[in-house]
Design a protein around this ligand. Structure first.
Ligand code: GUN
Ligand code: FE
Length: 457
């Protein structure tokens, strides 16, 4: 039985996906959130008279948040791959390829995170920016430094994001100033997992070998065992760049291919997800599919570091778990709207290539698919599809209240636009000012509205 005491009621247009191709636009929707749990407790479609419905539910006194004609709710965005410390040098080094870029920009910048003060300042900025851009859940790489990693967890908790956080592991092929011993790397990872789990917050620890090149055999094996022991996810990079793939092959000559390197070290588990996967043989894809590994598609990064153009249709055709990642700062944009747009271009590029080589049936990612990948698809990659990703009853209310007519909105409505066109204008032209409220687990955590709901402050 619902009671008025601690509920929030939204009335208006709701847009979400139920599967890859199933975009649902709910008009005159009534969505009720239980503020004590932050979960959706009721969803009604096509309600002409919300007051009448609430009266029938004996909730007549509950305040209703009515969305205007240019407003709608979307599920919060899920970024499946980003490097929190790399935000400090966004846009730098885009003339370089992966391995040179890591050496020249990434390792020196990440090394600076041994300073907790620097870490706190940078992490507060980056997490705040992601929230303002509507990223309610993010899977972060931090650095090798235990204390700074804990700080990232604290910052995410304070700012209210749902976070997956990894202490990065590197015990070889790394500069002296930014390298660990195998023993310290494993011990600090255990300490980090325990610290994060003990908080009981919305933050989950993730075992995070940077990539095979910087991880020895004993380190990778030990990390796979740690992930099993604590039943936590694993994230890493896979088949991003041709030089990286060749170097990995040299370092691990006993493994059949790059994907098998991780498999041979026990790292391909059902909770594992890998960023990029641009240059994959069918055999490698089959191996990922068999192991139920998820994929983070980072299109901006793949263009910016000229790594290649990933064809996610190869994974989607096998019903594999696929989400989008910004890969800040390999990708220069801290925004899932950009990830959607970059993925659209990657997909169009694939379509051009396929069609010019005679495959007339190849289709690019359409609106429903892009929204799915940015929300429910990402949730599935992180094993959160029972908890977030759309507006199903029982899920947490992680949501974006979009207002296309905010004074600083970058969207122009000239009319008449269908609901689908309003969604598309937001996805392709929208900015952070269109997000007047950003909610995680029912709590307002960001937004452009001048006056946030008193309830949520
Ligand atoms: N591979 C190993 N480390 C990294 C990183 O920091 N960014 C990207 N894009 N690829 C990597
Ligand atoms: Fe990355």
């Amino acid at each position: 039985m619902l009671s008025t005491v601690d509920l929030t009621v939204f009335y208006g247009t709701l847009v979400h996906t139920r599967s890859l191709k199933d975009l649902e636009i709910i008009t005159n929707g009534v969505l009720i959130v239980d503020n004590s749990t932050g979960k959706i407790v009721r969803l009604d479609r096509n309600v002409d008279d919300v007051d009448n419905l609430l009266a029938e539910l004996k909730l007549g006194d509950t305040k209703v948040h009515r969305l205007g004609p240019y407003e709608f709710l979307l599920p919060g965005f899920v970024d499946t791959h980003a490097h929190a410390p790399q935000y400090v040098f966004t846009g730098s080094g885009m003339n370089l390829q992966l391995l040179e870029w890591l050496e020249t920009y990434v390792f020196p910048a990440e090394s600076g995170f041994k300073s907790i003060e620097h870490a706190e300042k940078a992490y507060t900025k980056v997490v705040s920016r992601f929230l303002r851009n509507g990223t309610t859940t993010c899977s972060w790489f931090a650095t090798i430094h235990l204390e700074a990693c804990k700080k990232l967890v604290d910052v995410i908790e304070r700012l209210g994001q749902r976070g997956y956080v990894g202490k990065v592991n590197m015990d070889q092929n790394s500069p002296d100033h930014y390298c660990e011993t195998t023993e310290a790397s494993l011990a600090d990872t255990r300490a980090f997992i325990e610290y994060t789990l003990s908080k009981g917050s919305l933050v989950t620890p993730v075992v995070t070998p940077r990539f095979a090149i910087t991880c020895s055999t004993p380190l990778m094996t030990g990390l796979g065992e740690l992930a099993r022991e604590y039943d936590v996810p694993i994230q890493s990079h896979l088949c991003e760049n041709e030089d990286e793939i060749a170097f990995t092959g040299k370092l691990f000559p006993d493994s059949k291919h790059y994907t098998a390197v991780y498999d041979d070290h026990g790292l391909l588990q059902p909770k594992t997800y890998m960023a990029h996967c641009v240059h994959m043989t069918d055999e490698e894809i089959d191996m990922l599919a068999e192991r139920q590994v998820g994929i983070s598609h980072c299109a901006n990064s793949n263009f910016s570091l000229h790594s290649g153009v990933c064809d996610v249709r190869r994974f989607l055709a096998r019903d594999m778990k696929v989400g989008l990642g910004t890969d800040v700062a390999g990708g220069f944009a801290p925004s899932m709207l950009d990830a959607i747009r970059s993925s659209f271009f990657a997909s169009k590029t694939n379509r051009i290539w396929h069609r010019s080589s005679g495959n007339k049936d190849y289709s690019h990612l359409e609106t429903a698919e892009l929204l799915y990948l940015a929300t429910l698809g990402g949730a599935r990659v992180l094993g959160l599809d029972d908890a977030i990703g759309n507006f199903e009853v029982g899920k947490a209310f992680d949501a974006l209240w979009v207002d296309l007519e905010h004074p600083d909105s970058s969207v122009d409505l000239i009319g008449p636009e269908t609901h689908l066109q309003k969604l598309e204008k937001f996805l392709y032209n929208g900015n952070d000012q269109c997000l007047q409220h950003v909610y995680v687990q029912g709590k307002r955590v960001a937004g452009s509205a001048v006056t946030p709901f008193p309830k949520f402050i």
